[in-house]
Design a protein around this ligand. Structure first.
Ligand code: HEM
Length: 200
């Protein structure tokens, strides 16, 4: 399951590299590559967030699904990889000039938001190994990894701001994020209430 997920998640990157080198990305290939990696990063992060609500929904129907938890990390890490490639392409587009980058971060709020999302991804990636759960303790690790919702929310805001005309993509991403957050909150509360009831 995990290798298949990784291959599926990395396939678009291979296609993008091949399209880039065969000149199939149109008149502005760097911009196209920037857009595609941005959308892929956000999509994989949202997919990773969808695994817990899916498991909770299945559990309510007395189905014990193991694969969502197994693929969650792969989806999150490949999402972070696309975000890194996205930044790399942006850097390439700007000639890797740190002053240009700093001026963009200070002057363009959507870049500030994108950078914040990327920086917040760093501790999540660094603590993605199993031994980090042991080192931090389950409670602290879980609290830290709730940041993934903030990363996705900043990603959606960044998407919204970066798009000039058609906001269909950002609207879909926002609806998905709200639905995932809502389902998780609702089902977790119900599960806790049931557990409390069973305990008394
Ligand atoms: C330092 C970090 C980042 C920088 C400098 C950056 C830069 C950019 C730029 C310049 C664009 C506009 C491309 C264009 O249409 O010309 C863009 C679009 C986008 N970025 Fe980022 N980004 C960053 C981080 C992120 C992260 C972390 C995510 C995902 C969570 C993300 C997702 C997106 C999406 C979805 C788009 C819209 C693509 C489209 O127009 O279809 N970005 N980004």
């Amino acid at each position: 399951m995990v290798p298949a997920t990784a291959i599926g998640a990395l396939l678009p990157l291979l296609l993008l590299v091949s399209d880039f080198f065969t000149g199939q990305l149109g008149a502005n290939p760097l911009q196209r590559a920037e857009q595609q990696t941005g959308v892929l990063a956000l999509s994989l992060l949202l997919l990773s967030l969808s695994t817990t609500p899916l498991r909770l929904i299945a559990a309510r129907a007395d189905l014990r699904l193991l694969w969502p938890a197994r693929v969650r990390k792969t989806l999150g890490l490949t999402g972070a990889l696309y975000a890194g490639v996205h930044l790399l392409i942006y850097g390439l587009d700007k000639g890797f000039n740190p002053l240009n980058f700093l001026s963009d971060v200070l002057k363009r709020p959507y870049i500030t938001v994108g950078l914040s999302a990327l920086l917040l991804l760093v501790p999540l990636v660094l603590t993605s190994r199993k031994d980090s759960v042991k080192r931090l303790g389950f409670e602290r690790w879980t609290r830290l990894h709730r940041l993934s919702y903030l990363v996705a929310a900043l990603g959606v805001l960044h998407f919204w701001w970066s798009v000039k005309k058609d906001h269909t993509g950002p609207v879909i991403a926002l609806m998905l994020l709200l639905a995932l957050f809502g389902i998780r909150l609702l089902l977790q509360r119900r599960t806790k209430a049931r557990e409390r009831k069973a305990a008394v």
